[in-house]
Design a binder for this molecule. Structure first.
Ligand code: UTP
Length: 300
Protein backbone atom coordinates (compact mmCIF):
# COMPACT_ATOMS: atom_id res chain seq x y z
CA UNK A 1 0.00 0.00 0.00
CA UNK A 2 1.27 3.47 -0.78
CA UNK A 3 2.17 5.30 2.41
CA UNK A 4 0.37 8.30 0.97
CA UNK A 5 -2.95 6.53 0.67
CA UNK A 6 -4.74 7.99 3.63
CA UNK A 7 -8.23 8.13 2.18
CA UNK A 8 -10.61 6.08 4.27
CA UNK A 9 -13.68 5.14 2.25
CA UNK A 10 -14.54 1.67 3.59
CA UNK A 11 -15.96 0.79 6.98
CA UNK A 12 -16.51 -2.63 8.50
CA UNK A 13 -19.43 -3.11 10.88
CA UNK A 14 -18.96 -6.34 12.83
CA UNK A 15 -22.48 -7.38 13.83
CA UNK A 16 -22.12 -11.14 14.08
CA UNK A 17 -22.01 -11.34 17.88
CA UNK A 18 -24.77 -13.17 19.75
CA UNK A 19 -25.78 -10.27 21.96
CA UNK A 20 -26.34 -12.57 24.93
CA UNK A 21 -26.64 -9.67 27.38
CA UNK A 22 -29.96 -8.79 25.75
CA UNK A 23 -31.50 -12.26 25.75
CA UNK A 24 -34.30 -13.14 25.34
CA UNK A 25 -34.87 -10.15 22.99
CA UNK A 26 -31.81 -11.01 20.86
CA UNK A 27 -33.14 -14.50 20.27
CA UNK A 28 -35.00 -13.00 17.29
CA UNK A 29 -34.08 -9.29 17.18
CA UNK A 30 -30.49 -8.38 16.28
CA UNK A 31 -29.00 -6.12 18.97
CA UNK A 32 -28.14 -3.55 16.30
CA UNK A 33 -31.83 -3.15 15.41
CA UNK A 34 -32.79 -2.18 18.96
CA UNK A 35 -33.83 1.44 19.03
CA UNK A 36 -32.65 4.53 20.85
CA UNK A 37 -35.88 6.56 20.75
CA UNK A 38 -36.91 5.67 17.17
CA UNK A 39 -33.66 4.87 15.38
CA UNK A 40 -31.89 1.54 15.52
CA UNK A 41 -28.33 1.46 16.83
CA UNK A 42 -27.09 0.62 13.33
CA UNK A 43 -28.53 3.87 11.96
CA UNK A 44 -26.40 5.94 14.34
CA UNK A 45 -23.33 3.99 13.20
CA UNK A 46 -24.13 4.45 9.50
CA UNK A 47 -24.76 8.18 9.95
CA UNK A 48 -21.42 8.56 11.73
CA UNK A 49 -19.62 6.68 8.95
CA UNK A 50 -21.25 8.76 6.23
CA UNK A 51 -20.29 11.97 8.02
CA UNK A 52 -16.67 10.77 7.99
CA UNK A 53 -16.70 10.28 4.22
CA UNK A 54 -17.29 6.51 4.14
CA UNK A 55 -18.88 5.33 0.91
CA UNK A 56 -18.58 1.54 1.20
CA UNK A 57 -20.24 -0.24 4.09
CA UNK A 58 -19.26 -3.81 4.90
CA UNK A 59 -21.38 -5.75 7.37
CA UNK A 60 -20.08 -8.91 8.96
CA UNK A 61 -23.26 -10.74 9.92
CA UNK A 62 -24.36 -14.13 11.13
CA UNK A 63 -27.45 -16.33 11.22
CA UNK A 64 -30.54 -14.51 12.47
CA UNK A 65 -29.47 -11.02 11.33
CA UNK A 66 -31.80 -10.77 8.32
CA UNK A 67 -33.70 -7.87 9.90
CA UNK A 68 -30.52 -5.81 9.47
CA UNK A 69 -30.41 -6.45 5.73
CA UNK A 70 -34.12 -5.65 5.40
CA UNK A 71 -33.64 -2.41 7.30
CA UNK A 72 -31.38 -1.00 4.58
CA UNK A 73 -33.62 -2.11 1.71
CA UNK A 74 -35.77 0.42 -0.07
CA UNK A 75 -39.47 0.07 0.82
CA UNK A 76 -41.35 1.18 -2.33
CA UNK A 77 -44.83 0.29 -1.02
CA UNK A 78 -44.34 2.13 2.25
CA UNK A 79 -42.83 5.12 0.44
CA UNK A 80 -45.74 5.25 -2.05
CA UNK A 81 -48.27 5.10 0.77
CA UNK A 82 -46.54 7.92 2.70
CA UNK A 83 -46.38 10.01 -0.46
CA UNK A 84 -50.05 9.43 -1.17
CA UNK A 85 -51.05 10.51 2.32
CA UNK A 86 -48.80 13.58 2.14
CA UNK A 87 -46.52 12.46 5.01
CA UNK A 88 -43.44 14.06 3.49
CA UNK A 89 -41.64 14.44 6.83
CA UNK A 90 -41.78 10.67 7.36
CA UNK A 91 -40.63 10.10 3.80
CA UNK A 92 -37.63 12.31 4.56
CA UNK A 93 -36.92 10.25 7.69
CA UNK A 94 -36.93 7.06 5.61
CA UNK A 95 -34.38 8.49 3.19
CA UNK A 96 -31.51 8.14 5.66
CA UNK A 97 -32.13 4.36 5.72
CA UNK A 98 -31.80 3.99 1.95
CA UNK A 99 -28.41 2.88 0.74
CA UNK A 100 -27.14 3.44 -2.76
CA UNK A 101 -27.11 0.22 -4.79
CA UNK A 102 -23.77 -1.51 -4.38
CA UNK A 103 -22.67 0.64 -1.43
CA UNK A 104 -23.44 -2.03 1.14
CA UNK A 105 -22.06 -5.56 1.30
CA UNK A 106 -22.81 -8.41 3.69
CA UNK A 107 -20.43 -11.17 4.55
CA UNK A 108 -21.05 -14.03 6.97
CA UNK A 109 -18.99 -14.94 9.98
CA UNK A 110 -19.97 -18.57 10.30
CA UNK A 111 -18.92 -18.91 13.92
CA UNK A 112 -18.57 -16.15 16.54
CA UNK A 113 -14.80 -16.46 16.96
CA UNK A 114 -14.18 -12.94 18.18
CA UNK A 115 -13.97 -9.40 16.86
CA UNK A 116 -10.59 -9.92 15.18
CA UNK A 117 -11.98 -12.90 13.31
CA UNK A 118 -15.06 -10.91 12.26
CA UNK A 119 -12.88 -8.19 10.73
CA UNK A 120 -10.71 -10.84 9.04
CA UNK A 121 -13.85 -12.27 7.40
CA UNK A 122 -14.16 -8.98 5.48
CA UNK A 123 -10.56 -9.05 4.17
CA UNK A 124 -11.38 -9.59 0.49
CA UNK A 125 -13.85 -6.72 0.45
CA UNK A 126 -11.40 -4.42 2.23
CA UNK A 127 -8.48 -5.11 -0.12
CA UNK A 128 -5.24 -3.20 0.19
CA UNK A 129 -6.31 0.09 1.74
CA UNK A 130 -6.87 1.65 5.15
CA UNK A 131 -10.34 1.02 6.54
CA UNK A 132 -12.49 1.94 9.50
CA UNK A 133 -14.15 -0.42 11.97
CA UNK A 134 -17.26 0.71 13.83
CA UNK A 135 -18.89 -1.27 16.61
CA UNK A 136 -22.52 -0.15 16.50
CA UNK A 137 -23.13 -0.91 20.17
CA UNK A 138 -20.74 1.89 21.10
CA UNK A 139 -22.90 4.92 20.39
CA UNK A 140 -21.10 8.25 20.57
CA UNK A 141 -22.86 11.55 20.92
CA UNK A 142 -20.58 14.31 19.66
CA UNK A 143 -20.74 17.66 17.94
CA UNK A 144 -18.25 16.43 15.34
CA UNK A 145 -18.85 12.69 14.81
CA UNK A 146 -16.14 10.55 16.40
CA UNK A 147 -15.02 8.80 13.21
CA UNK A 148 -14.72 12.16 11.44
CA UNK A 149 -12.44 13.37 14.26
CA UNK A 150 -10.36 10.23 13.74
CA UNK A 151 -10.20 10.49 9.95
CA UNK A 152 -8.98 14.07 10.25
CA UNK A 153 -6.31 13.10 12.78
CA UNK A 154 -5.33 10.11 10.64
CA UNK A 155 -4.53 12.43 7.71
CA UNK A 156 -1.68 13.71 9.88
CA UNK A 157 -0.51 10.49 11.53
CA UNK A 158 -1.06 7.56 9.12
CA UNK A 159 -0.54 4.13 10.71
CA UNK A 160 -3.38 2.62 12.72
CA UNK A 161 -5.59 4.55 15.09
CA UNK A 162 -8.00 3.64 17.89
CA UNK A 163 -10.51 5.81 19.71
CA UNK A 164 -9.72 6.15 23.41
CA UNK A 165 -11.36 7.53 26.51
CA UNK A 166 -10.34 7.91 30.10
CA UNK A 167 -12.06 5.51 32.49
CA UNK A 168 -12.01 5.33 36.29
CA UNK A 169 -9.01 3.24 37.41
CA UNK A 170 -11.24 0.66 39.08
CA UNK A 171 -12.90 -0.09 35.73
CA UNK A 172 -9.79 -0.96 33.74
CA UNK A 173 -10.59 -4.69 33.93
CA UNK A 174 -13.56 -4.09 31.62
CA UNK A 175 -11.56 -2.59 28.74
CA UNK A 176 -8.55 -2.88 26.49
CA UNK A 177 -6.11 -0.45 28.14
CA UNK A 178 -3.35 1.50 26.39
CA UNK A 179 0.30 1.68 27.30
CA UNK A 180 1.39 5.06 26.02
CA UNK A 181 4.61 6.71 24.81
CA UNK A 182 3.47 10.28 24.98
CA UNK A 183 0.64 12.68 24.27
CA UNK A 184 0.21 15.75 22.11
CA UNK A 185 -3.19 17.28 22.78
CA UNK A 186 -5.82 14.64 22.02
CA UNK A 187 -3.34 12.50 20.07
CA UNK A 188 -1.60 9.74 21.97
CA UNK A 189 1.31 7.69 20.71
CA UNK A 190 0.73 4.08 21.77
CA UNK A 191 3.38 1.45 22.54
CA UNK A 192 1.23 -1.36 23.88
CA UNK A 193 -2.21 -2.59 24.78
CA UNK A 194 -3.38 -4.84 27.60
CA UNK A 195 -6.71 -6.62 27.43
CA UNK A 196 -8.80 -6.16 30.61
CA UNK A 197 -5.99 -5.65 33.19
CA UNK A 198 -6.60 -5.54 36.93
CA UNK A 199 -6.14 -2.05 38.44
CA UNK A 200 -2.61 -2.78 39.67
CA UNK A 201 -1.50 -4.02 36.22
CA UNK A 202 -3.14 -1.29 34.12
CA UNK A 203 -0.49 0.78 32.30
CA UNK A 204 -2.86 3.79 32.11
CA UNK A 205 -6.55 4.60 32.44
CA UNK A 206 -7.00 5.13 28.69
CA UNK A 207 -9.46 2.59 27.31
CA UNK A 208 -9.97 1.57 23.68
CA UNK A 209 -13.55 1.85 22.49
CA UNK A 210 -15.32 0.70 19.35
CA UNK A 211 -13.86 2.89 16.60
CA UNK A 212 -10.71 2.03 14.67
CA UNK A 213 -8.84 3.05 11.54
CA UNK A 214 -6.62 0.18 10.49
CA UNK A 215 -4.02 -0.44 7.84
CA UNK A 216 -4.05 -3.62 5.71
CA UNK A 217 -1.04 -4.83 7.76
CA UNK A 218 -3.50 -5.63 10.53
CA UNK A 219 -5.33 -7.99 8.17
CA UNK A 220 -2.06 -9.78 7.44
CA UNK A 221 -1.55 -10.27 11.17
CA UNK A 222 -5.11 -11.56 11.49
CA UNK A 223 -4.32 -13.95 8.62
CA UNK A 224 -1.56 -15.49 10.66
CA UNK A 225 -3.73 -15.66 13.77
CA UNK A 226 -6.42 -17.32 11.69
CA UNK A 227 -4.16 -20.23 10.89
CA UNK A 228 -3.23 -20.64 14.55
CA UNK A 229 -5.11 -22.21 17.42
CA UNK A 230 -8.89 -21.80 17.79
CA UNK A 231 -10.67 -19.69 20.39
CA UNK A 232 -11.47 -15.99 20.22
CA UNK A 233 -9.34 -13.90 17.91
CA UNK A 234 -8.97 -10.44 19.39
CA UNK A 235 -8.62 -7.33 17.28
CA UNK A 236 -6.57 -5.68 20.02
CA UNK A 237 -3.98 -8.51 19.79
CA UNK A 238 -3.57 -7.86 16.07
CA UNK A 239 -3.16 -4.12 16.67
CA UNK A 240 -0.63 -4.86 19.44
CA UNK A 241 1.39 -6.83 16.83
CA UNK A 242 1.61 -3.63 14.79
CA UNK A 243 3.50 -2.01 17.62
CA UNK A 244 5.79 -5.01 18.05
CA UNK A 245 6.61 -4.65 14.34
CA UNK A 246 7.48 -0.99 14.98
CA UNK A 247 4.51 0.30 13.01
CA UNK A 248 2.80 3.44 14.23
CA UNK A 249 -0.34 3.20 16.33
CA UNK A 250 -2.07 6.28 17.71
CA UNK A 251 -5.06 6.75 19.93
CA UNK A 252 -7.35 9.73 19.66
CA UNK A 253 -8.98 11.04 22.82
CA UNK A 254 -12.14 11.97 20.95
CA UNK A 255 -14.53 14.67 22.05
CA UNK A 256 -17.98 13.35 22.85
CA UNK A 257 -19.88 11.03 25.13
CA UNK A 258 -19.77 7.30 24.57
CA UNK A 259 -22.60 5.00 25.60
CA UNK A 260 -22.02 1.28 25.94
CA UNK A 261 -25.26 0.13 24.34
CA UNK A 262 -24.08 -3.48 24.48
CA UNK A 263 -24.95 -3.38 28.20
CA UNK A 264 -28.40 -2.82 29.64
CA UNK A 265 -27.37 0.07 31.87
CA UNK A 266 -25.54 1.82 29.02
CA UNK A 267 -28.45 1.30 26.66
CA UNK A 268 -30.88 2.83 29.16
CA UNK A 269 -28.56 5.79 29.81
CA UNK A 270 -28.34 6.41 26.07
CA UNK A 271 -32.11 6.20 25.73
CA UNK A 272 -32.61 8.87 28.40
CA UNK A 273 -29.90 11.10 26.99
CA UNK A 274 -31.07 10.85 23.37
CA UNK A 275 -34.72 11.36 24.38
CA UNK A 276 -33.81 14.53 26.28
CA UNK A 277 -31.95 15.79 23.20
CA UNK A 278 -35.03 15.46 20.97
CA UNK A 279 -36.99 18.70 20.70
CA UNK A 280 -40.35 16.97 20.31
CA UNK A 281 -39.85 14.85 23.46
CA UNK A 282 -37.80 17.10 25.70
CA UNK A 283 -40.53 18.81 27.74
CA UNK A 284 -42.72 15.79 28.31
CA UNK A 285 -39.83 13.47 29.06
CA UNK A 286 -37.99 15.89 31.36
CA UNK A 287 -41.23 16.47 33.27
CA UNK A 288 -41.59 12.71 33.69
CA UNK A 289 -38.03 12.34 34.96
CA UNK A 290 -38.61 15.12 37.48
CA UNK A 291 -41.82 13.44 38.58
CA UNK A 292 -40.14 10.10 39.24
CA UNK A 293 -37.02 11.46 40.93
CA UNK A 294 -38.52 10.81 44.42
CA UNK A 295 -38.90 7.17 43.34
CA UNK A 296 -35.19 7.06 42.53
CA UNK A 297 -34.32 8.41 45.97
CA UNK A 298 -36.71 5.92 47.57
CA UNK A 299 -35.12 3.02 45.68
CA UNK A 300 -31.64 4.01 46.90
P1 UTP B 1 -19.53 -8.08 22.14
O1 UTP B 1 -18.32 -8.37 22.92
O2 UTP B 1 -20.42 -7.00 22.60
O3 UTP B 1 -20.34 -9.42 21.96
O4 UTP B 1 -19.04 -7.77 20.64
P2 UTP B 1 -21.85 -9.65 21.54
O5 UTP B 1 -22.02 -11.05 21.12
O6 UTP B 1 -22.29 -8.61 20.52
O7 UTP B 1 -22.69 -9.36 22.87
P3 UTP B 1 -22.76 -10.17 24.27
O8 UTP B 1 -21.47 -9.89 24.98
O9 UTP B 1 -23.00 -11.62 23.99
O10 UTP B 1 -23.94 -9.54 24.95
C1 UTP B 1 -18.59 -6.50 20.24
C2 UTP B 1 -18.88 -6.34 18.75
O11 UTP B 1 -18.19 -7.32 18.01
C3 UTP B 1 -19.09 -8.08 17.20
C4 UTP B 1 -20.44 -7.91 17.88
O12 UTP B 1 -21.51 -8.10 16.96
C5 UTP B 1 -20.36 -6.49 18.43
O13 UTP B 1 -20.69 -5.54 17.41
N1 UTP B 1 -18.62 -9.48 17.16
C6 UTP B 1 -18.16 -10.07 18.28
C7 UTP B 1 -18.64 -10.16 15.96
O14 UTP B 1 -19.07 -9.62 14.90
N2 UTP B 1 -18.20 -11.47 15.94
C8 UTP B 1 -17.73 -12.07 17.05
O15 UTP B 1 -17.32 -13.25 16.94
C9 UTP B 1 -17.72 -11.37 18.25
Amino acid sequence: MSQLNRRVTKAVFPVAGMGTRFLPATKSVPKEIMTLVDRPLIQYAIDEARAAGITEFIFVTSRGKNALEDYFDHAPQLEASLLESGKTDLLETLKSTNMESGAIAYIRQHKAMGLGHAVWCARRLIGDEPFAVILPDDVISAEKPCLKQMVEAYQETGGSMVAAMEVPREQTSSYGILDINGESGPLVSVRGMVEKPEVQDAPSNLAVIGRYILTPDVLETLNRQQSGAGGEIQLTDAIACEMTANRKVHALKFEGQRFDCGSKAGFLQATVSFALARAELQDEFAAYLREISPLIRAAE
